[in-house]
Design a protein around this ligand. Structure first.
Ligand code: HEM
Ligand code: HEM
Ligand SMILES: [Fe+2]
Length: 459
């Protein structure tokens, strides 16, 4: 690392890893409940586990994004973080709010809105927290050297993500209106501003890992941002088909959401093209593998599997079934989990001074988790298609169908076990890196770490 204060990133990443592990535990609670092994039901019923699983996902991804920003922004602005102590306060308070929220769900204290279950008073604490974060990186960027496009896109993504949190706090009794604004948060996050965050981090990684000129890489970023906004904003309409909003949304949502895969395709093509073009062989191959993997898997999960159910004529049958869960898993994994893991794989050796790139564990972590997640997605696809046919086409009762598809969840659990082994290996590699050290800053350790990032001989 070049700046002492980048160290804070490590702790955000560590927090993210802890929450990811907990998210998986709740995933298994649901997975087993699905095959009739629901012994925890009196304490953790399915709906509680589901809210905890998805909320932990969002919180660990946010921790990952913030950690990435605390690493990238100082580097891109050529100076230390403005208020390192504030970053600490922010991390701890975020975790406290997260733990309280998750605790509340176990006592049925929540708002009954998927993904936005967090009780209202805690929303205000989240807002304060995010303001602290934005101020900190904002001032660092402001006082630094001329801001780079990469840093600006990352900052804009984070800023808009914060602004778009607010519509989720609108108090509304009407179900349709409530749902209408809920999608401003849920959809415009993952299919809008989070894509900017992902694009910014991906750009940073490609600049570092491929050695291709910043100008070339950043030009692509503009195209991707353009495609994202062109399709993603009105693409929100694909959630307005059947919730009581006017009929024109069928057309608007259908057309614009069908364009959304282009942004993800653009990212995949871009990442692959840059890695081919780059002559530089950065020794941290695994970070490049995660970066390229992210670009490809986000296209598969979000672009391809999103497209699979985005047209009204199809969504009419698949809406709210396991087809949605199939897409949700692969999309979140490919786009946002993998970009965070890519950033961690890149930053850890620089933060700790230990070059554990390209170890067997690190490589197995990548392949096992990705094959596992692909198989999980496959199992959910089979379960989902069966559900659609039996429930929506033939008209069988909801619960009868859920019983019919139980078998597919055995396969799902096996795939999830494989996935978990991969994540276990990633966590093991994380742990083996040890804590951030002063040595990572010292010039004598340069050949091992920093030089790989800076020196021409690395080309
Ligand atoms: C990384 C980007 C994406 C992520 C993380 C993501 C994730 C999700 C999640 C979690 C849901 C369920 C939301 C809920 O019911 O509250 C969902 C729904 C949906 N997504 Fe995506 N998605 C992404 C991109 C896309 C794209 C690009 C498309 C279209 C091409 C798409 C099409 C849909 C549709 C149509 C639904 C509604 C499903 C239903 O009616 O039940 N998604 N997505
Ligand atoms: C061992 C790992 C995991 C298991 C066993 C698991 C299991 C589950 C189950 C059973 C559900 C509920 C589906 C339903 O409504 O019936 C669910 C929902 C969900 N999970 Fe996972 N999960 C795992 C890992 C992950 C990961 C790594 C991610 C993201 C990167 C993720 C994202 C989601 C999302 C977004 C939903 C909500 C989907 C929707 O809106 O329909 N899960 N998970
Ligand atoms: Fe959407």
């Amino acid at each position: 690392m070049k700046y002492k204060t980048q160290k804070i990133a490590y702790w955000f990443f560590a927090a993210a890893m802890g929450l990811l592990a907990l998210q998986i535990v709740y995933g298994f609670i649901m997975g087993f409940a699905r095959i009739g092994m629901d012994g925890l039901h009196p304490w953790i019923p399915f709906n509680t586990a589901r809210a905890v699983h998805t909320n932990l996902l969002v919180v660990w991804l946010l921790c990952g994004f913030m950690g990435s920003a605390y690493f990238i922004i100082p580097e891109e602005s050529g100076r230390d973080l403005e208020w390192p102590v504030l970053a600490w306060i922010q991390l701890i308070s975020l975790l406290v709010v997260g733990v309280i929220a998750v605790g509340c769900y176990h006592f049925n204290i929540w708002e009954g809105r998927k993904f936005l279950e967090i009780p209202r008073p805690l929303d205000y604490l989240v807002v304060v927290n995010v303001l602290m974060f934005l101020a900190n990186i904002g001032v660092t960027l402001w006082k630094g050297t001329h801001p780079t496009t990469t840093a600006l896109v990352l900052y804009m993504g984070l800023l808009f993500a914060a602004l778009l949190y607010l519509p989720g706090m609108i108090q509304e009794d009407n179900q349709t209106v409530d749902s209408f604004y809920r999608w401003w948060v849920v959809h415009l996050w993952v299919e809008g501003v989070w894509e900017l965050i992902m694009g910014g981090i991906l750009c940073f990684l490609l600049i570092k890992l491929t050695g291709v000129d910043r100008e070339v890489i950043e030009k692509w970023l503009y195209i991707i941002v353009g495609l994202t906004f062109l399709s993603g904003i009105l693409g929100t309409g694909h959630h307005y088909y059947f919730i009581g909003t006017p009929r024109y949304w069928l057309v608007v949502g259908g057309i614009f959401s069908a364009l959304e895969p282009l942004a993800f395709l653009g990212m995949a093509v871009f990442a692959i093209a840059m890695s081919r073009k780059g002559g530089r062989r950065h020794p941290n191959r695994i970070a490049l593998t995660w970066s390229l993997g992210c670009a490809v898997m986000s296209f598969v999960g979000a672009g391809f599997l999103g497209m699979a159910h985005t047209l009204p004529s199809i969504n009419r049958f698949t809406h709210g079934t396991l087809i949605t869960a199939m897409h949700g898993h692969m999309a979140f994994w490919g786009a946002y989990a993998m970009i965070v893991l890519a950033m961690i794989a890149y930053a850890l050796p620089l933060l700790t001074g230990r070059r554990l790139w390209d170890t067997p564990a690190a490589n197995w972590a990548f392949w096992t988790s990705n094959i596992g997640m692909t198989a999980m997605t496959g199992a959910l696809a089979v379960a989902g298609i069966t559900q659609v046919n039996l429930e929506r086409r033939i008209g069988l009762d909801f619960m009868a169908v859920q019983h019919e598809i139980e078998m597919h969840f055995v396969g799902f659990l096996l795939a999830a076990a494989l996935f978990t082994i991969g994540i276990g290996l990633f966590l093991y590699t994380f742990w083996r890196h040890g804590l951030p050290s002063q040595e990572a800053m010292a010039p004598e350790s340069a050949p091992d770490t920093l030089a790989a990032d800076l020196a021409p001989e690395a080309r």
